[in-house]
Design a protein around this ligand. Sequence first.
Ligand code: DGJ
Length: 487
Amino acid sequence: MAKGKKSDLNGIPHLKRHGDTVQLIVDGKPFLILGGELGNSSASSLDYMKPIWPKLVQMNLNTVLAPVYWELIEPKEGKFDFTLVDGLVAGARKHNLRLVLLWFGSWKNSMSCYVPQWVKTNQKRFPRARLKNGQAIEILSAFSKANLDADIKAFAALMRHIRKADSKKHTVIMVQVENEIGMLGDARDYSDAANKAFEQQTKNDESFMAEHYARFVNQIAAAGKAEYPLPMFVNAALNRPNQKPGQYPSAGPLPHLFDIWKTAAPQIDFLAPDIYFLDFADWCGKYHRPGNPLFIPETGRDMRSEVNVFYALGQYDAIGFSPFAIESTPEPENSPISKSYEILSQMTPLILENQGKGTMAGVLLDKDKQTCEIKLGQYKLKISHDYAWEWSGAPKDASVWPSVGGIIISTGPDEYIVAGTGLIVTFTPNASSDSLAGIISVQEEVCEDGHWRGGRRLNGDENHQGRHLRLPFDRFGIQRIKLYRYC
Ligand code: DGJ
């Protein structure tokens, strides 16, 4: 149990209910993570990290998701070395970034490749999971107290260290416990201890396994929180369609196992999806649930993540977003994600103010879904893909249209802010009346230090002579529209 002073915990980052959502509070204020996750091995060398930090700043990130490797912090049992962790904290502080630490402990993408050598080589003391045919696999068994205790000791030591090193500055704002937990090869562990536990209950193989993974992780999180209670979450490798448990990493924090995980792991604050599939919007919806804020710790850098982020923040009040292997982004300062994050940094105070209030929506369109309609504030909005507009100049014959999207916020009875790329928006009054909506003005906006300063007044060709608001497909922007009614 933590021996530090209670005052160390003043102002610790935490989650807080806000309207019908949950916000991450850092230094007493709501915080939106515009993040990126490092490739797996980058944080194992502080020298390797040196040129990466400025790149992350160029990309307009405010937070880095970085692994902490069990094998490197506890190379000998009970002897801890936090040089890498301290180096990460120092690097982040120097570049004005926050950190979400990822505990690569017992499990990383199902496997146990990050456990220290003294664990790997002592299978008698630290038993492995087994397949149905009895073969041991390189996955630690969740049914061993020795396995659990060893992970608990290491994770508790890590959290104790973070408290000592960071409880005043709050550079570390959340912790992911393990990484993409899941059973591979079979739907469950068939070691003797697992078989015995299985016989005493009635769940199916995957649900049984999920309950035991969740219980294991819950105890790790509890021990970590007893030292320093940062928000803690687990991430899921999503299940591919038409595959059976064991073919995909089964029993992880997946949508169909949500209730089991939530019940068996109350110390885990939320379950988070790593979205590498194209149906991005659907997966967001599956993880945004009452009491489970949406956070996307990993997503494919090359799957229009610069557009998807608008949708996740606008539609689902996500607390953050983080493309994977962010440091490998080519041309960081000109990359799409840096442009998108630049706009979102400007929008952040407004987004946070509107979370949980029903005044904000996210839009995501492509060739298959070229338009959508939403009701927001006092108007109905019809939103179309910019390629669908005959004068957009886009190659609309292309077999694939890039996905486009944005955030729309109702900022007053007759006013909206729209940010993103590739959208055409028209407005109709909500109320059943004969009146139509006309445009008073469309103003390009820039926000500096929390203050809006208008850019161009967009009229004429830029709003189709007063017919619509347009965010062209080849750039990101913010526009404020004021409407009136006529009949
Ligand atoms: C998901 C894992 O969580 C990451 O650590 C990394 O292995 C990526 N997959 C690679 O695509």
